[in-house]
Design a protein around this ligand. Sequence first.
Ligand SMILES: *[C@@H]1O[C@H](CO)[C@@H](O)[C@H](O)[C@H]1NC(C)=O
Ligand SMILES: *[C@@H]1O[C@H](CO)[C@@H](O)[C@H](O)[C@H]1NC(C)=O
Ligand SMILES: *[C@@H]1O[C@H](CO)[C@@H](O)[C@H](O)[C@H]1NC(C)=O
Ligand SMILES: *[C@@H]1O[C@H](CO)[C@@H](O)[C@H](O)[C@H]1NC(C)=O
Ligand SMILES: *[C@@H]1O[C@H](CO)[C@@H](O)[C@H](O)[C@H]1NC(C)=O
Length: 329
Amino acid sequence: MPNPKHIILQSFVFLCLLLQASSKSTIEPCSNSDSCNALLGYTLYTDLKVSEVASLFQIDPISLLTANAIDISYPDVEHHILPSKLFLKIPISCSCVDGIRKSVATHYKTRPSDTLSSIADAVYAGLVSSDQLREANSISDPSVLDVGQNLVVPLPCTCFNGSDNSLPAIYLSYVVRPVDTLAAIAARYFTTLTDLMNVNAMGSTAINDGDILAVPIPACASNFPKSASDFGLLVPNGSYAITAGHCVQCSCGPKNLDLYCMPASLAVSCSSMQCRGSNLMLGNVTVQQTSGGCNVTSCNYDGIVNGSIVTTYVYPLSAYLLHFLIYIF
Ligand SMILES: *[C@@H]1O[C@H](CO)[C@@H](O)[C@H](O)[C@H]1NC(C)=O
Ligand SMILES: *[C@@H]1O[C@H](CO)[C@@H](O)[C@H](O)[C@H]1NC(C)=O
Ligand SMILES: *[C@@H]1O[C@H](CO)[C@@H](O)[C@H](O)[C@H]1NC(C)=O
Ligand SMILES: *[C@@H]1O[C@H](CO)[C@@H](O)[C@H](O)[C@H]1NC(C)=O
Ligand SMILES: *[C@@H]1O[C@H](CO)[C@@H](O)[C@H](O)[C@H]1NC(C)=O
């Protein structure tokens, strides 16, 4: 059944096709000023340090590492060199600009011998086109680029309400390469052809080099109170996130999509992460077999409120209450 969201989307995609005959990209119209977390699929054009990739997108190196499930406890991990051609997921904030979803937080300082197409195709690996760079920066003569010019780099992203088929999801902007097929992309990201076609409002499975697809990545949702400064934390499957002032790490997958939080291994000073009234630490789960069934006790993370780590001690009393209620009704 056609979804109204996708009909609007399709006409936008069509509009884009008219404006830019070569490659397609999925565009999400938006009306409010909220933003969401999104990912960019980025292939390194040369060997770069973790910190250099982070500064290319003006993001926190820690968030780059955790989004790619790289262990942050290695000493000096920010200076670690990532090899050319490596594929990375870049976490960005996706906002609403002039009625469409995009990220405009990234800037690039031009260097000698840069051209708009080398910046677009090599440095940002096809995530932006030279025409988009030219328009966003009102460049009338692209053959004259001053060294040290500060260019805004508009980057593609989608939010789609943080869900896919009513389940929590984060969207990856994926640049199609000549070797790709839609089926292989679907398999690589544990989704289906139908889902990818629906999300991108495609009428056929045909894709071309340079197209930009929105790929839904299932995510683990948090259930922190609204007063928490990390309210709404959403962690994509197969990665983790650092929160609570680098004190807590929350991971997602691979077995289930339940967010799992525990103390982070970074050397920062943190407030107590022990659950009140117990000897359990954040992330501890104990399972005991009893006559009444399983006795599961856990100490869970519940967000950072007023600068303090909130923990919730979940003990079998609640399980007893539940049983009690079931017996009554
Ligand atoms: C957005 O997602 C929330 C839950 O994630 C859901 O309750 C709501 O209906 C969704 N809204 C739309 C417009 O899809
Ligand atoms: C999450 O990722 C793992 C691999 O890391 C995969 O086996 C699993 O199917 C994924 N879960 C979902 C719901 O996509
Ligand atoms: C409880 O969590 C702490 C911190 O992660 C860990 O060092 C400890 O081994 C855990 N204990 C149990 C019983 O799981
Ligand atoms: C469940 O475990 C807790 C903590 O280990 C213990 O205090 C409690 O007595 C146990 N309950 C039952 C019914 O075994
Ligand atoms: C957080 O601090 C504000 C004012 O400092 C206070 O009104 C509020 O009750 C506090 N919230 C919690 C959950 O402690």
